[in-house]
Design a binder for this molecule. Structure first.
Ligand code: PRT
Ligand code: MG
Length: 218
């Protein structure tokens, strides 16, 4: 038995990503790098999708689960928004390539005219509880964080919170709900992440794939 087989290195390389925005914006890059999915995940119910490379497959997971799969070695590589990565903390994963796709901004938003410097103890509704906690702590502001899983823009409209922390692209969702961006937290793009152990064990193959993807980004 070869040393590759004993380390389990002969199984397919797994790339975790989410359907929708990330998948749609990632595919042109992967296709340019010569790695295309054999099936359309929007049409298939399969969660493991083979690729045109015999030793590479895609895992279709929830966007917020991508860092967890890569951290624990369920996937070797992943594509994930920096927002999700900041919230996860990035333990156990390398972040070698900024794919420069799915660009947006992590922002504090609320009603127009809200004075963030007032002494009020604001309630902040968000799915990015760690990012929000860190941001307001850095500012020395006491806030109450309220965890939501989506549709954060609704919270101020029904008095659940005064503020939200969410990713904003065009700002039209905020505007449609009478909200405005109040403070910038971070510029966001999607990142290619790699499991630390996979990077050591399968260094040659992963490096080759990373080089092809980096070239596609440029
Ligand atoms: O849906 P699920 O909870 O599983 O995950 P998700 O919502 O995080 O996934 P998805 O596919 O919606 O987003 C994946 C990644 O795309 C995010 O992690 C971000 O890094 C990135 N991205 C880029 C965005 C946006 N732009 C964006 N506009 N993610 C979400 N949005 C939302 C935004 O919050 C707003 O509610 O889209 C809505 C419209 O945005 P506006 O500002 O253009 O109106
Ligand atoms: Mg979504």
């Amino acid at each position: 038995m070869s040393s590759e087989a004993t380390t389990g290195a002969t199984r397919s390389l797994r790339i975790a990503l989410s359907k929708g925005r990330i998948f749609n914006e990632t595919m042109p890059l992967f296709e340019a790098a010569g790695i295309s999915p054999a099936e359309d995940p929007e049409k298939s119910r399969k969660l493991i999708i083979p690729s045109t490379e015999p030793d590479v497959e895609f895992l279709i997971v929830r966007a917020s689960d991508v860092p967890t799969y890569v951290q624990h070695g369920g996937a070797d590589l992943g594509v994930v928004g920096k927002d999700v990565l900041l919230e996860h903390g990035g333990d156990g994963v390398l972040e070698p390539i900024d794919l420069k796709i799915a660009q947006c901004k992590l922002m504090v938003a609320g009603f127009p005219g809200t004075d963030l410097n007032s002494n009020k103890r604001f309630r902040v509704a968000t799915k990015f509880t760690e990012c929000a906690r860190r941001h307001f702590a850095q500012q020395g502001r006491q806030v109450e964080i309220i965890k939501l899983y989506g549709s954060m823009e609704l919270a101020p409209l029904v008095g659940l919170s005064e503020l939200i922390v969410d990713v904003v692209d065009t700002g039209s969702t905020l505007a449609a709900n009478g909200l405005v961006p109040l403070e910038h937290i971070s510029d966001i793009t999607s990142r290619l992440i790699v499991n630390r152990a996979s990077m050591k064990i399968r260094h040659t193959r992963i490096s080759e794939i990373l080089a092809r993807i980096a070239k596609a980004v440029d």
